[in-house]
Design a protein around this ligand. Structure first.
Ligand code: FAD
Ligand code: SF4
Length: 340
């Protein structure tokens, strides 16, 4: 690991100022991703700005009826918070499907949004990688790409976004609150992460120096019909090959509103609002769900080792929507998702 200096910020403005005066600085939340990347020599900040003393760990009601999650609230405190469990169980389920209890106790909500891809070539500094070293090439295209993306890829990068929590946040239409050198602003969740294009080293739409201060959840939480289905290689903690956050509002067996976000398939949480719209007014049947899955995956393309993901994603969508309709999460899924 390279040498670095460290300071603790106690106010948001101080953190932002500290970052502006150290061009190579990085914010650090729980450190569960950043420290790994520093040890692997993938990231080399010369200064770390500790965030844990910032007053951003609260989870509280918003006057408009939603809930505000502090950026420094841990993933565990968020998943087990009574208001999140009651009003946004999809989010609780998604967070608890990720990592391990120990990691969730350390990981912060802000850090979860900013965690970097798990592409193995990104971590291996002996191989070319456009995300790690812009212009060096992509080892995954033409290499071993079993875990890689099938939607929204580019010739520069086929990495996937790794978070479980973010898939539920996309489906719930959360809003990201940030503070930076030019003041505060909000970013709609679907605009927060970006597709690789020809600049895969840029994961998101944060401007230089901006700090995530929190997340706003809208009042609507889809607490009656939801499912977070995560498919992965092993039942111990592992990142998703494909995951689906499904949320429905039903009138009898007719779909009034649908939200569908996919993880493990693209550089960002993948939402297709055309598919969601096409579900409206339809009966909540397996046939309807199959049509939606086919429509959503019509532009999908594998790169060899990950071709199987196209069919896997289709089946996962059908199963998640069925689970959301019936609110019967199968025993396998309960086990896979509970991560004891
Ligand atoms: C073994 C292992 C298994 C895992 N499995 C899963 C899994 O199955 N699913 C899953 O979703 N995740 C998984 N994770 C990832 C884990 O969820 C993330 O590492 C964690 O959420 C990152 O949060 P953190 O607070 O520790 O971030 P840090 O490591 O502190 O920071 C990560 C990045 O975010 C930046 N940052 C932190 N806070 C802010 C902020 N407020 N504003 C702006 N930038 C900020 C940092 O500068 C850094 O670039 C796993 C991690 C490990 C080590
Ligand atoms: S897929 Fe992206 S992260 Fe992986 S090697 Fe290619 S450029 Fe790097």
């Amino acid at each position: 690991m390279n040498p670095f200096t460290y300071s603790h910020a106690t106010a948001v403005d101080d953190a932002v100022r500290d970052k502006a005066s150290h061009p190579d600085a990085a914010y650090i939340g729980g450190g569960t991703n950043l420290l790994d990347l520093m040890k692997e020599n993938v990231e080399r900040p010369t200064h770390l700005i500790g965030l844990n003393r910032l007053p951003l760990a609260k989870i509280q009601n918003n006057p408009e009826g939603g809930l505000r999650l502090g950026a420094l609230a841990t993933n565990a405190d968020t998943a087990w918070h009574p208001e999140v469990e009651k009003r946004y169980p999809l989010l609780s389920q998604a967070i608890l499907a990720g990592a391990s209890p120990q990691l969730r106790n350390m990981a912060t909500n802000g850090g979860n949004l900013m965690q970097r891809t798990r592409c193995y070539y990104f971590y291996d500094t002996a191989t070319p990688c456009n995300k790690r070293e812009p212009g060096s090439g992509c080892s995954a295209i033409g290499g071993y790409n079993r875990i890689h993306a099938i939607l929204g890829t580019s010739q520069s990068c086929i990495a996937t976004h790794p978070s479980d929590m973010c898939i539920a946040l996309a489906a719930l239409e959360a809003v990201v609150r940030v503070s930076g050198p030019n003041g505060e602003r909000t970013i709609d969740f679907t605009d927060f992460h970006r597709l690789p294009g020809n600049a895969p080293h840029i994961d998101n739409t944060l401007r230089p120096g901006e700090l995530i201060t929190g997340l706003d959840l809208p009042a609507k939480g889809f607490e009656k019909n939801y499912s977070y289905l995560k498919l992965r290689d092993r039942t111990s903690y592992a990142f998703a090959l494909v995951s689906v956050a499904a949320a429905l509002e039903l009138d009898g067996n007719t779909i009034k509103e649908a939200r569908l976000a996919l993880g493990g398939v693209a550089h960002k949480p993948w939402r297709d609002t055309d598919v969601e719209d096409s579900l409206k007014g339809q009966p909540a049947t397996a046939e309807t769900f199959r049509k939606a899955a086919t429509q959503l995956l019509q532009g999908a393309r594998g790169f060899g080792s990950n071709d199987f993901k196209v069919e896997l994603a289709k089946r996962a969508i059908v199963r998640a929507l069925k689970q959301a309709t019936e609110m019967k999460q199968g025993p396998t899924d309960v086990f896979l998702n509970s991560n004891p």
